[in-house]
Design a protein around this ligand. Structure first.
Ligand code: IMP
Length: 199
C-alpha cells in the first residue's frame, strides 16, 4: 500500500484524514519522525497547503499531502480565515476563542451570521508535481457552545440542514459533509484519475 505523509501536527485532523483516506497508508509527521516547522505565510489556504506539502516532500523524498483550513465569518470580514489556528494566540484554548467570537456576534441577527469552513489540500510528489483541491461547508455562527466532538471551532459552527453544530455530529456524519471530507474525496478521485497513486 502506498505511503503518504500527511503534514500536520493536529491530532484531530490526522484522525479525520486516516478515516477518510482509509485506502492509503497515511502517516503523520510524528510517525515519519519529521519535526520541521513550516511557516504558513501564504495569503490563501491553497498557497499554505502547497508550501507545507512541498517542503515536507523535499525533506522526506515521499509523497506528501498537506491541508490548510480555517473558518471565515462574513460579519467579521472573513476572519479568522487563514489565521484561524493563530487567532488570539496559538496556545489560547478554543473555549476562549469560541467565547470571544460568540461575544463579538452577540446581537448579530441570524441572516448576518453566515460562515464557512474552507479546506485546501495539496499533494506534492518527489518529482515536483503538485495536485490541489479545495472545498467548503456553509453554516452559521451558533448562539452558544454546543457539542463535544471534533475540534477547534466545531462547537460554534451550526449546520442548518443538520440542526446541529459540527461538534454534535458523529465523526462519520461530519466527514460526509465537511470541507476537509469533501476536499480529500476530490483529491482521492483526482489522484486515481491521473494514475498517480495505487492502493
Ligand atoms: P491549519 O492547521 O493551519 O489548517 O489550521 C486550521 C485551523 O482552522 C484549526 O486549528 C482550527 O482552528 C480551524 N479549523 C479547520 N478545520 C476545522 C474543523 O473541521 N473544525 C473546527 N475548526 C477547524
Amino acid at each position: 500500500m502506498e505511503q503518504i505523509i500527511f503534514a500536520t501536527k493536529n491530532k484531530g485532523k490526522i484522525k479525520e484524514v486516516k478515516s477518510i483516506l482509509h485506502e492509503f497508508e497515511i502517516i503523520s509527521m510524528e510517525e515519519a519522525c519529521v519535526a520541521v516547522e513550516v511557516i504558513e505565510d501564504g495569503k490563501t489556504f491553497t498557497e499554505n497547503a502547497i508550501k507545507k506539502a512541498t517542503e515536507i516532500s523535499k525533506i522526506t523524498g515521499k509523497i506528501t499531502m498537506a491541508d490548510d483550513s480555517g473558518l471565515e465569518i462574513d460579519f467579521l470580514d472573513k476572519k479568522p480565515g487563514v489565521y484561524s489556528a493563530r487567532y488570539l494566540g496559538e496556545n489560547t484554548p478554543y473555549i476562549e476563542k469560541n467565547n470571544h467570537i460568540l461575544h463579538l456576534m452577540e446581537n448579530v441577527p441570524e441572516q448576518k451570521r453566515s460562515a464557512r469552513f474552507v479546506c485546501a489540500i495539496a499533494t506534492a510528489f518527489p518529482n515536483g508535481k503538485i495536485v490541489t483541491t479545495q472545498s467548503t461547508i456553509e453554516g452559521l455562527i451558533a448562539h452558544e457552545i454546543k457539542g463535544e466532538n471534533g475540534f477547534g471551532y466545531d462547537p460554534i459552527f451550526f449546520v442548518p440542514e443538520k440542526g446541529k453544530t459540527t461538534a454534535e455530529l458523529s465523526p462519520e456524519e461530519k466527514n460526509a459533509i465537511s470541507h476537509r471530507g469533501k476536499a480529500l474525496k476530490k483529491m482521492k478521485e483526482l489522484l486515481a484519475k491521473e494514475g498517480e497513486i495505487s492502493h
